[in-house]
Design a protein around this ligand. Structure first.
Ligand SMILES: [Fe+2]
Ligand SMILES: [Fe+2]
Length: 283
């Protein structure tokens, strides 16, 4: 049955005027980067697990944003949407390259997991009314911007102050996730007044799905590596879970506030500082 598409409404982009969403095309050579490219196996395998869910999730974001573009009238928001699509397309390509390298490290469960992820998202899209389908990209962007902000602000926690091509790549992806953090929310808010639906979909669908997927894959990687077979590592693993969990769980209630807007002054500062810091990567 054909879904009812929301009526066109005039809406406004909430991306600040001095933030330009730029599709960049940096290249990264991952050939010398091992699977533990962050501070330790726990941080590395967490981000590797995130990387596994990124390609299909970002393709879904692109697909849904494109699908509803004809219903948006604000020229600035339309430009933001076009730039987001270009950025996400590049992110997807680079994550696929990383994931191919990870598969070569010997994790046979990755492919069945990817197939299940695609099946799960596909089924939900088919049965969702437009408001719930529109919530999908906004929910996904909620997580990517939260992880990106944390990676930038708590850089030492993640990287242990190392540097390599995968860290440069993550710094670039994190910058662009902050840059386009408002776009999917703006599209949702332009076509659906009930922004509290975002909180519902986050709490009951996407947050459980994200936690099970990412922590589940991280657990599998660490088990396969033998890290979790050693009792002396259990404390560090649990410490990582408790330290990283708030990053994924906080902030979902913000959509209940009718006046919620995605950017705040602190975000602008974090974004500008990151842009200066990684100028050598993005120029
Ligand atoms: Fe992305
Ligand atoms: Fe994104």
């Amino acid at each position: 049955m054909k879904k009812r598409i929301p009526q066109m409404e005039t809406a406004h982009s909430s991306t600040p005027d001095d933030i330009a969403i730029l599709p960049r095309r940096p290249e990264f050579d991952f050939s010398g980067v091992g699977k533990y490219w962050l501070k330790d196996p726990f941080t590395s395998q967490f981000m590797n697990a995130v990387s596994i869910v990124v390609p299909h999730s970002e393709r879904t974001v692109i697909d849904i944003v494109r699908k509803y573009a004809d219903n948006i009238s604000d020229p600035k928001l339309l430009r933001d949407m076009d730039a987001l699509i270009r950025q996400e397309g590049r992110h997807t390509l680079m994550h696929l390259r990383c994931n191919d390298l990870l598969k070569k490290c010997g994790y046979p469960a990755i492919r069945p997991f990817e197939r299940f992820h695609q099946f799960f998202v596909g089924i939900l899209r088919r049965i969702s009314p437009p408001a719930w389908e529109l919530a999908m990209p906004a929910a996904f962007e909620h997580f990517t911007s939260a992880i990106s902000r944390d990676f930038i602000v708590n850089h030492t926690f993640w990287t242990g102050d190392q540097s390599n091509a995968a860290i440069d790549f993550t710094n670039w992806h994190a910058l662009e996730e902050l840059e386009h953090q408002a776009v999917c929310f703006d599209v949702f808010a332009a076509l659906e007044r009930r922004t509290w639906l975002l909180t519902l979909s986050l709490f009951f669908i996407w947050m459980p799905a994200m936690l099970v997927s990412v922590y589940g894959m991280q657990f599998y990687f660490l088990l396969k590596d033998g890290i979790l077979l050693k009792r002396k590592n259990w404390g560090s693993y649990l410490k990582f879970i408790f330290q990283s969990l708030p990053m994924l769980t906080r902030g979902a209630l913000k959509y209940v506030d009718k006046g919620f807007r995605p950017w705040n002054p602190k975000d602008v500062q974090i974004y500008q500082a990151q842009k200066r810091k990684i100028q050598h990567v993005i120029s």
